[in-house]
Design a protein around this ligand. Structure first.
Ligand code: IPM
Ligand code: MN
Length: 360
């Protein structure tokens, strides 16, 4: 079987890191298994054509097996309401393809220095599951602006939206080996249930879902408190489930504890579609210099292989995912090529070649 993968390079460092991941995935799977189909999208495309996500790209995404994306967004390319155009590529894909679970692994790899003192590889290994289609983001483009005096964005939660992301989080915990500290399968519900009824609703629905997962412990943390716990006891966490905006914020904090956004992979999953991209931005200041780290996008490619392998019961892909992750681990652990964001001088192409060498 051949898998059609729509690739969208995007803006800034997007093309470099996306092409790096494609080279690694080809090395891991051979050129017959994955059919990469490049399509346009992003702020640069918007400047040229007025479309951040052209119809032909969206239609190709609807029909493909998966999507692999570099990064999107250029400074100064904004809509009249002040919001960024580039981000609309992700947001339109999330809402139009209903990618309701934004899966963000937070894992400290051998060879990567944590900003947290005294934590070593294996001790920080959890996943943030960010609800990706509602919450405060439901107001994107729908907020109110009265006479430029009163502006509102509404926080929206639905029972369907909370139930399905909570079930995703509990099911994910069942597929893992528990928190590093105690190997306890645990889902931590991150909210502000003490203050807002929307978050009290989020917590209540997650608690209802937990009734069907007696083998998985449910844990609760307010969004402010969890930022302290993520720094003081990162080994306590297995899976954290959070509303859209909170998930956006704590996933960057989590990434910062395991080497930074250059290490931050993401899988944005719906029932029928998967978008895989580094959780970083387009870093226009270093674009085109071959200095960006491709690790986040390569690890996102591994998440894509694993997701496709599970969906299509294709062991070849699942094994390829394991090999790509192992190759990245070995490159970092042995210092074959240390990316700039990890204190090294390896170029994007050199990191890519080092991962491909490990795969061979
Ligand atoms: C992320 C980014 C996006 C978000 C932007 C690019 C739309 O910050 O994926 O974390 O705000 O969700
Ligand atoms: Mn973000």
């Amino acid at each position: 079987m051949t898998y059609d993968i729509v690739t969208i390079d995007g803006d800034g460092i997007g093309p470099e890191v996306n092409q790096s991941a494609i080279e690694v995935l080809r090395e891991a799977c051979g050129s017959a298994l994955l059919n990469f189909m490049p399509f346009d999208g992003g702020a640069g495309h918007y400047v040229k054509t007025g479309h951040v996500l052209p119809d032909e790209t969206l239609n190709a995404c609807r029909n493909a097996h998966a999507m692999l994306h570099g990064a999107a967004g250029l400074p100064g390319v904004t809509y009249a309401d002040g919001t960024e155009v580039g981000n609309d590529l992700h947001l339109q894909l999330r809402f139009k393809l209903d990618l309701f679970a934004n899966v963000r692994p937070i894992r400290l790899y051998q060879g990567v220095k944590s900003t947290l003192a005294d934590w070593s590889a294996g001790q920080i290994d959890y996943v943030i599951v960010r609800e990706n289609t509602e919450g405060l983001y439901a107001s994107r483009g729908a907020g109110v602006n009265l006479r430029n005096e009163l502006v509102t964005d509404t926080l929206v939660m639905t029972r369907l939206g909370v139930e399905r992301v909570a079930k995703f989080a509990f099911d994910l915990s069942r597929r893992r080996n528990g928190a590093p500290r105690d190997h306890q399968r645990r889902v931590t519900v991150c909210d502000k249930a003490n203050i807002l009824k929307t978050y009290a609703f989020f917590r209540a629905v997650c608690t209802e879902v937990a009734q069907s997962y007696a083998d998985v412990e449910i844990d609760y943390a307010y969004a402010d408190a969890i930022t302290v716990h993520m720094l003081k006891k990162p080994d306590f966490y297995d899976v954290i489930v959070a509303e859209n905006m909170f998930g956006d914020i704590i996933s960057d904090l989590g990434a910062a504890t395991v080497g930074g956004l250059g290490m931050a992979a993401s899988a944005e999953l719906g029932l029928n579609h998967g978008l895989f991209q580094g959780a970083h931005g387009s870093a226009p200041d270093i674009a085109g210099q071959d200095v960006a780290s491709p690790i986040a996008t390569i690890l996102s490619g591994a998440l894509m292989l694993r997701w496709l392998g599970d969906r299509h019961h294709d062991a070849t892909l699942s094994q390829a995912a394991d090999r790509v992750e192992k190759a990245v681990e070995d490159v970092l652990a042995h210092g074959d090529a240390v990316p700039h964001d990890q204190g090294g001088h390896a170029r994007c192409t050199e990191v890519t070649q080092a991962v491909c060498r490990r795969l061979r």
